[in-house]
Design a protein around this ligand. Structure first.
Ligand code: ISL
Length: 559
């Protein structure tokens, strides 16, 4: 198995990323929606938790058809979230606390209210007509081909006044940009530069999480996608399930764009290294291509010890823990396949949840969600946490009248809604859990168990899920074997997943019991860092031979 022990890693390699969904983190303006000042107000809690960087989902001016993933101005702040001054205070506050700030950037599409699109749809001869994907109707007047929208139905919308269709991978309010047009590329790169230079002293943001990076380019001949041979559902099922995305996703031209984005970030990395993260839902062999080719656009060769050779995204998001059945054998196999697929110099990363996925605690249950925390925070590679997962927050129950997500509204009853995982952060035991004032209605309902699960309550309980996260984050920071060491001996036995992390002579053994029964394991003699029962309250000696049901043991082996 290929691995990468040794020192000299950069912050985004040794650190832990925490995703903030700004609508749901902290409201300070008393409108039931979170804002930038709210994130600033809670930074100390994140420092206390022990994370290193925050990734903030979009807060740009937007009609909010897709809650900010429909951007109407790439270089501003929506009044709902505050002002550019609030942003400057947030970035200064983060940097003053040693936290990095990563922006969510949405290069694939804009809002239909973006001035670029308003200009583009004005007439067939508009100077920006070619900034989006326009096409004549098929001979029968219907859409040009079968390309789907991820949010249901055809991805083509007819524009009456100019007599052509435009393509949108998501909502009709989110027209896709034409990334084959050099003017589009330059406009997006200019917006990236704006944020890389923004803030006090011009230090700027520490990186970008690029939305749907694998969808940027579509087939230039507009060929229809072939049917998906593995689809056996009914004809009313979402179109996107019925096709193979041969001509709408993962086109080879995308790699060159990713390399250009990376080169742009590298050109700002002289003093403060920046990171390019890509949201990419692809099988592992295709995913790892987004790390890029060796060295083609490298501008700062001395900065990075390991990723210097690769010129693509430093972190193509690895979502496979979300998509793999929660069984020790399956996860051991996933870890081995992912590690083996990484090109030389690539740094791994792992994700357990985000604002588009059912909550971890609801997917695998509250007890296993704690075991999953041990997994995420002891694996080799950068972990990304989703806000609220450190509390074991489950999905919220959303009554029919409370549905906000267009993905649900467009395809009702299929369980595709993302509101449940976007419910407000639960900070304390006061009305509305400290998210917004008592007399204000939060934009989405709170999770049912907020009186017990809230942050303040868990801070007082040394056996809480929050305590497990704080302990693991502290261990990860303290032991180089965990934050930058190698991984080996990945195995599964009777539902127990095991591996060893090592740095030089230091070896840390991890045993995760993914079952409901206690299991005996062969452990190294050493110091127990996390004892069975997920007891993280102090180190003790021992050779743990039992891992309780729904539990884990982490041992620092004797030399
Ligand atoms: O089709 C999917 C996975 O194969 C979806 O998960 C989809 O690709 C994903 O939801 C894309 O997400 C991103 O872009 C969307 C936005 O609604 C999401 O919130 C964002 O994370 C459009 O910008």
């Amino acid at each position: 198995m290929q691995n990468e022990g040794g020192g000299n890693q950069l912050w985004w390699q040794t650190g832990v990323v925490y995703q903030v969904y700004p609508r749901s983190f902290q409201d300070t303006s008393s409108d039931g929606v979170g804002d930038l000042a709210g994130i600033l107000a809670r930074l100390d809690a994140l420092v206390d938790l022990g994370v290193d960087a925050i990734w903030v989902s979009p807060f740009y001016p937007s009609p909010m058809a897709d809650f900010g993933y429909d951007v109407a101005d790439y270089t501003g702040v929506d009044p709902l979230f505050g002002t550019l001054d609030d942003f400057d205070r947030l970035i200064a506050g983060a940097h003053a606390r040693g936290l990095k700030l990563i922006l969510d950037f949405v290069p694939n599409h804009t809002s239909d209210q973006h001035p670029w699109f308003l200009d583009s749809r004005e007439s067939r001869t508009s100077s920006r007509r070619d900034w989006y994907l326009w096409h004549d109707p098929a001979p029968d007047g219907g859409p040009p081909n079968n390309w789907p929208s991820h949010f249901g139905g055809s991805g083509w919308t007819f524009d009456e006044s100019t007599g052509q269709y435009y393509f949108h991978s998501f909502l009709r309010e989110q027209p896709d940009l034409n990334w084959r047009n050099p003017a589009v590329r330059e406009a997006i790169y200019a917006a990236m530069r704006f944020w890389l230079e923004r803030g006090p002293g011009g230090r700027g943001v520490d990186g970008f999480r690029m939305d749907v990076l694998w969808l940027l380019i579509k087939d230039d001949q507009f060929r229809s996608n072939p049917p998906n041979p593995d689809f056996h559902g009914d004809a009313n099922a979402p179109l996107i399930w019925q096709q193979l995305p041969l001509y709408t996703a993962d086109q080879p031209e995308t790699y060159e764009i990713v390399a250009t984005m990376r080169a742009l970030l590298d050109s700002y990395s002289g003093v403060y290294p920046r990171v390019l993260i890509g949201e990419i839902y692809l099988p592992i062999p295709k995913l790892v291509r987004y790390y890029g080719k060796p060295g083609t656009s490298l501008e700062t060769p001395k900065l990075e010890s390991q990723t210097a050779q690769l010129a693509g995204a430093q972190m193509p998001f690895n979502f496979h823990l979300i998509q793999t059945p929660w069984e020790a054998e399956r996860i051991a196999d996933l870890i081995r396949r992912y590690e083996a697929a990484l090109p030389p110099g690539a740094w791994p990363n792992w994700v357990l949840g985000n604002h588009d996925q059912k909550r971890l605690a609801s997917r695998i249950g509250a007890a296993q969600a704690r075991v999953a925390a041990v997994l995420l925070l002891t694996l080799r590679g950068t972990p990304t946490l989703y806000y609220g997962d450190e509390l074991g927050m489950p999905d919220a129950n959303i009554a029919p009248g409370q549905i906000r997500d267009p993905a649900e509204k467009n395809q009702p009853g299929r369980g595709l809604g993302r509101d449940p995982e976007r419910s407000p952060m639960i900070w304390d035991g006061s009305e509305n859990a400290g998210f917004c004032p008592a007399e204000i209605q939060p934009w989405l309902p709170l999770v049912d168990d907020w009186p017990e699960l809230n942050h303040a309550a868990q801070l007082k309980d040394e056996h809480s899920t929050l305590a497990v996260y704080r302990c693991l984050l502290a261990l990860r920071r303290r032991y180089p074997a965990l934050h930058s060491g190698a991984i080996s001996d990945v195995a599964a036995d009777h539902g127990v997943l095991q591996y060893v992390r090592s740095d030089g002579a230091a070896r840390i053994q991890v045993h995760l019991n993914l079952t409901e029964e206690s299991q005996s394991v062969r452990g190294c003699p050493g110091t127990v860092l996390v004892a069975s029962g997920l007891d993280c309250t102090g180190e003790r000696r021992g050779e743990n031979l039992w891992v309780l049901a729904n539990s884990a043991v982490v041992v620092l082996c004797d030399p």
